[in-house]
Design a protein around this ligand. Structure first.
Ligand SMILES: C[S@@+](CC[C@H](N)C(=O)[O-])C[C@H]1O[C@@H](n2cnc3c(N)ncnc32)[C@H](O)[C@@H]1O
Length: 304
């Protein structure tokens, strides 16, 4: 049964989020896109997931963005639907994935998925729920569309970490200065295309929730998931678990604010300098915080 369309009080938040991400995907070059499809394979393999499992499975990529993970699952033999609230994002994904068999895209929110109960063997939901007004609603929706015994892969931002604290301090300044001014400052700072997306996401996405593992564990159980297995933070192959990379990111944030004119840009640059100074003297826990949570869990056979 399909859920009745729901009107969240914050529905315009979803639209704003979709517009922001939709406008940013085209900034990834073809090379960066291909690399991110490869990264999916490397991460799943490194964490002991047999990619042969995908053959013949029915999969959903909820909040598919550019479609990179939907493409990766389809390339391993799954029938995949990529779903997103962003029209512009879906257009980019459709264009990029046109030649991939077994892959379709559909507009819809992870908070009210446009699919019948028990439709999928696997749901990938990477980097999405922490941008929605209700992580719990999203998890319940994912559980609803999974078959009993089906699996979910989640990526959620972890709680804490000085880079995130700096982002949280800079977001009100970015909001005052406006998207175009920050975008122009990023361009003046000379950062590469994927950096622009990364910083504009973090500075402007309407909702950015940092999730404690203990909370996530409780939400997954409440949604009917069991056997949660967290992936190793050492096998992520990217910057989030590396102190030098976190510090480099903070330096880039300082460069961005240094590249703009006026007191708010100067304030941002000063704030970034203070955080950088602290990060250079802090231990790993303080710099990284909990780090991104990547977790696979199974929908209990007994639920729904
Ligand atoms: C950080 S991107 C991640 C995209 C993709 N999963 C990946 O890892 O490449 C977040 C995506 O979630 C989408 N999104 C945000 N809120 C959503 C919602 N309520 N329902 C569906 N998609 C949503 C955005 O439009 C965006 O494409």
């Amino acid at each position: 049964m399909l859920p009745a369309p729901i009107e969240f009080p914050a529905m315009n938040v979803e639209l704003k989020t979709g517009e922001l991400f939709g406008s940013l995907w085209h900034r990834l070059t073809d090379e960066q896109y291909r690399e991110s499809v490869q990264l999916f394979r490397r991460r799943f393999e490194a964490n002991g997931f047999d990619l042969g499992w995908f053959a013949g499975k029915s999969c959903l990529d909820a909040g598919t963005g550019s479609g990179r993970y939907a493409v990766a699952m389809a390339m391993h033999g799954a029938t995949v639907v990529g779903c997103d609230i962003s029209d512009a994002g879906l257009e980019t994904a459709r264009a990029r994935a046109a030649a991939v068999p077994g892959l379709t895209f559909r507009k819809g929110s992870v908070l009210a998925l446009p699919f019948a109960d028990r439709s999928f063997d696997f749901v990938c939901c990477a980097g999405v729920l922490h941008h929605t007004p209700s992580i719990e609603t999203g998890l319940a929706e994912i559980a609803r569309v999974l078959k009993p015994g089906g699996r979910v892969f989640l990526l959620l931002y972890g709680f804490g970490g000085l880079r995130w604290r700096l982002i949280q301090a800079l977001r009100p300044l970015a909001d005052e200065l406006g998207y175009d001014a920050i975008d122009a400052a990023i361009a003046r700072a000379g950062l590469p295309a994927n950096n622009r997306k990364h910083f504009l996401d973090d500075l402007f996405v309407p909702i950015l929730t940092l999730v404690r593992k203990t909370e996530l564990d409780a939400w997954m159980v409440a949604a009917g998931f069991s056997d949660a297995t967290y992936w190793s933070k050492e096998k992520t192959f990217d910057h989030e678990s590396s102190i030098p990379a976190q510090i480099e990111d903070m330096e880039k944030l300082r460069r961005i604010f240094d590249s703009g004119d006026g007191p708010l840009f100067a304030l941002g640059a000063n704030v970034a300098s203070v955080f950088l100074d602290a990060a250079q003297r802090a231990d790993r826990t303080l710099v990284i915080g909990e780090g991104n949570h990547r977790v696979i869990a199974t929908k209990s056979i007994r639920t729904m």
